[in-house]
Design a protein around this ligand. Structure first.
Ligand code: NI
Ligand code: MN
Length: 234
């Protein structure tokens, strides 16, 4: 896809996505690796991951954060309370931000946007408040605008995201049960008007029944639904 202008987007199963800009900035979103049944076996992450972005505190979006930050030297970017939480678990470099804000990560402007979902983190001492669930819009300098919705229901203000940032690639959960399914994701696509949709958060576990084929049927011919296997890139 020519409009990616050299930015590589690799799906690593579930909601884990690796973004590598043409200038060499490596961003890993929602690291779920060891316990992710769909993580591509033997996939080699780049030695340096500059930033690790977390959409919310659920284990299937952040389980490997501390390990990734340690091994790959990543700065973790998350909503304020979640950034503080991972800081307390041993991540040395964090950027805490909040909804509506933008931080500059080298050649990528990362804007935290709304999501409709719960967001507690569970560990050995119970469930903790770590802010609310979020999505990210990544505006790559000289490159594309990418939207990772995190876990969310469809919501009308996706139109605001479209009006403000014009994302070209919409990465949307489609599995249902814990997030929107294909029917709602198709409506999200009509609000967002992206050039392509990369479906996330399906097929990982039995309840996540939505499929890219269903989404494709509902979206029609207007917007291509990218159908790749974990470990493949757009
Ligand atoms: Ni979740
Ligand atoms: Mn999830």
């Amino acid at each position: 896809m020519e409009w990616l202008h050299g930015t590589r987007v690799t799906w690593l199963g579930h909601s884990t996505v690796l973004v590598q800009t043409a200038k060499g900035t490596n961003i890993l979103i929602d690291p779920f690796i060891e316990q992710n049944p769909k993580y591509p076996k033997g996939f080699e992450l780049p030695e340096k991951i500059h930033y690790c972005l977390l959409t919310h505190g659920h284990g299937d979006h952040m389980a490997d954060t501390v390990a990734i930050a340690g091994k790959h030297g990543a700065t973790v970017v998350a909503i304020y309370e979640l950034a503080a939480y991972v800081g307390s678990k041993g991540v040395s470099q964090t950027i805490g931000m909040n909804l509506g804000g933008t931080v500059l990560l080298e050649d990528v402007a990362a804007t935290m946007v709304e999501a409709k979902h719960s967001a507690g983190v569970q560990d050995e001492s119970g469930t903790h408040y770590v802010g609310v669930a979020a999505g990210f819009v990544l505006s790559v300098a000289g490159g594309p605008v990418l939207y990772h919705a995190g876990d969310t229901a469809v919501f009308g203000d996706m139109k605001l995201i479209a009006d403000l940032y014009h994302p070209q690639l919409a990465m949307l959960p489609i599995g249902g049960h814990f997030t929107m399914g294909p029917r709602e994701a198709a409506h999200a696509a009509s609000l967002l008007s992206p050039k392509a949709i990369l479906p996330l958060h399906y097929g990982t576990f039995p309840p996540l029944k939505g499929t890219p084929q269903e989404l494709e049927k509902l979206v029609g011919t207007g917007v291509p639904v990218v159908q790749i296997q974990p470990g493949e890139r757009i």
